[in-house]
Design a protein around this ligand. Structure first.
Ligand SMILES: O=C(O)CCC(=O)C(=O)O
Ligand SMILES: [Fe+2]
Length: 282
């Protein structure tokens, strides 16, 4: 797979992008969480110039012309992903350093710029749901999200006929996690999650059939991935349908050999983490 189509286009705009991203980075650092609200300094100036891109290399972008703002420097990965070895099912892929630090700060700033975060009754983390909608990805420089979606389509993660049209942003502080769950049938069975700012360990557990409950050990972990800042994890197929996924409530964890993307013995200390999950909602 070639990175040429995207990177050549991105390089031309790199200088302008750097200036804009510097502003975004500054705003992101200043974006304080105060009184349960996230301040809105994080808004990044909207990328106005639009360019048409084609992907003759992969042929994955089809039909109507695909337009992306030329500012966000998100490129196709040049290295293959890490995946659990066979006999684990295919469909779980991990890309370390999927975006660079400037883009990370700009996307975190985009997330912080939204006012309508929700707290949950049953969990401490905060969530923000953004359907693609009429104003793409809620405005506030949603062009980063649009570019990310186009890259994911070019990678073949999402088919162009079922593109990502739903963004869920989770914000975790301290040891917060997420109980084992499945994302369910409301979405096509592919999930792509970008992690920002802090690391966490994401695990998969076999989903039990009703006749297995109480009979089969439901604690057996089917896979673990170290989600580092700026990484992308994609899971689909059996990983979506036959496994639950979750994040334990731990302040500090040590990685064993079984954690994809980690060195053995690597220690993971939780900090403030933002994750952006893209899916196709039916
Ligand atoms: O934060 C993450 O990495 C996972 C989030 C998740 O699984 C969800 O919101 O359904
Ligand atoms: Fe999930």
């Amino acid at each position: 797979m070639s990175a040429l189509d995207f990177t050549a286009m991105m390089r031309e705009e790199k200088k302008i992008a750097k200036a804009k991203l510097k502003n975004a980075s500054r705003a992101g650092v200043e974006g304080e969480i105060e009184g349960g609200q996230i301040s809105s300094e994080g808004a990044v100036e909207e990328g106005i110039e639009k360019k048409k891109i084609t992907d003759t290399d992969t042929g994955k972008i089809e039909g109507n012309e695909t337009i992306v703002n030329s500012i966000p420097p998100i490129a196709l990965p040049t290295a293959p992903p890490l995946s659990p070895p066979s006999p684990a099912p295919a469909g779980l892929d991990y890309y370390a350093d999927f975006i660079d630090e400037e883009t990370e700060m700009a996307i975190a700033s985009y997330a912080r710029s939204h006012q309508n975060w929700n707290t949950l009754k049953h969990a401490k983390r905060r969530v923000l749901e953004i359907p693609k909608g009429d104003v793409d990805w809620g405005g506030c420089d949603g062009s980063y999200i649009e570019t990310l979606c186009n890259v994911l389509i070019s990678m073949g993660v999402f088919p162009s006929k079922l593109p990502p049209n739903h963004l869920l942003i989770n914000e975790y502080t301290g040891c917060q996690g997420i109980l084992p769950h499945t994302d369910g049938p409301m979405y096509n069975s592919t999930t792509a999650t970008l992690s920002l700012e802090s690391s966490t360990i994401f695990y998969f557990k076999k989903r039990l059939r009703s006749d297995e409950i109480g009979v089969v050990n439901d604690e057996v972990i089917g896979g673990k991935v170290l989600l580092k800042p700026r990484s992308l994890v994609v899971f689909a197929g059996d990983w979506y349908e036959k496994y639950l996924h979750g994040i334990d409530e731990e302040q500090e964890e040590e990685c064993g050999l079984d954690v994809l993307g980690a060195e053995e013995g690597e220690s993971v200390v939780r900090g403030h983490r933002i994750s952006l999950t893209l899916r196709h909602k039916y």
